[in-house]
Unconditional design. Sequence first.
Length: 495
Amino acid sequence: MTARSLTFLAFLILGVGASGAAAQQGAANPHGELPEGMTCSDCHTSEGWTPLRSDLAFDHAETGFALDGRHREVTCATCHLDLTFADAAADQDDCASCHLDVHQGTIARNCAACHTTMSFNEMPPGVVHPADFPLEGAHLQTTCESCHTDDLGGAYAPLDRECASCHMSDYVSTPLVDHQALGFSTDCTECHSMLDFRDVAFDHFTVSGGFELIGQHAGIECTACHSLPGGGLPVVPAGPEDCVACHISDYEDEHGGSGFPTDCLQCHTTDDWDDADFDHAAATGFQLIANHDLLACRECHVDGSSETLFDPSGPEDCIACHLADYESEHGGSGFPTTCTDCHAVTDWGGATFDHLVTTGFELIPNHDQLQCSQCHVGSTSETIWNPSGPQDCYSCHITDYQNQHAGSGFSTDCTDCHQATTWDFNHDFPIFSGPHVQGAAWNDCAECHTVPGSPEVFSCFGCHGANQTQNQHQGVNNYQYDSPSCLSCHPNGRS
């Protein structure tokens, strides 16, 4: 043993006393030359060379090897050959130079690929497995020894990658489906995922010879159609479109005796029985338009069959089904029974009755604003009055005539003076504006039209006396004292 080693041993045994002995012998710093700026107190205390300070100023990470996990607990001498720290007992890039490789070289020598610095038993998530068999799904949850059963001590030898090498007992003993009897592949991944054997992606279309599990079929249990574990079918359909072979009871419950086709897909989808798209027009000749397509089948058909409650002669024979509606609205009216002459199929209230075509009387303003009952008896076509034709206003408006023109001798042909849209009458002389406006200059037609029955005869002198008019017209050439002359000079009633 060298003198230097003996001095180091004395340091370890004697502690503080050794420092004095070293000083007496003039011993050099056992660590050799310290890095610039570093002193003994950065690691040691004045109480003794050992133990070291808990808060070392020296950062071991600066050497390229950070002390974390269990490495923080070991002494310097565990890894370094002497106190100069120049030489290390292990290669910091090669864990096996310090730690025994229990795997005997069967896996990577870099321990950090699978282990942490806290414990060899603590393995981080995402452990890298050989690329030809990556750990996925449930395999991530198993221990190494679960598969490497014969590799004691961690010497993990490569295993057979085939599913059956580990899961043959599952293949043979599964209680749900007899894989052997049905000749299923031993490559589990053809149907199952790595996550769970119950996570099945079975190619039913290929195995069954063309029956694809779509719509509601995709969500049902195997036992809904198959007897397990043998996989037999209680009924063998002729093909993927032979729905009624399996669903005969559904057909009988809903359509028994109806004569409906047994090809369910003509009306239904595989998603839902209620999602029916029946082509009523193609099957019956009667198109379900507007409000008809909102009706339940039983409102027109005997429940559960195609037999109708009514017997229309064709799609336009509304009255065959709607006789009660006709009777309650138009009974005894003589209205046509071809409902679409007036009504639309969307709404009874949206009637567009052509009064001119049906009666010969055009409903022009203001007649088109009247209720039927103002001219007709109840809901019938019988009229309250009996005009001789469309121009015979007097027959309906005799009360209006008597109120306004009784004893006047005016014509009973109202259109001589009035318009059909308003009682205001045509008068060439302005009696509704200007100085001769009604109420200011006159109140009754007879004030100007003095001869009953002769409206063309009029007189200005009921209001304009002889003296007044003659005084106002002195010196006027060709002045004549008669009403027609007044109108010829004053057609607008002004001076």
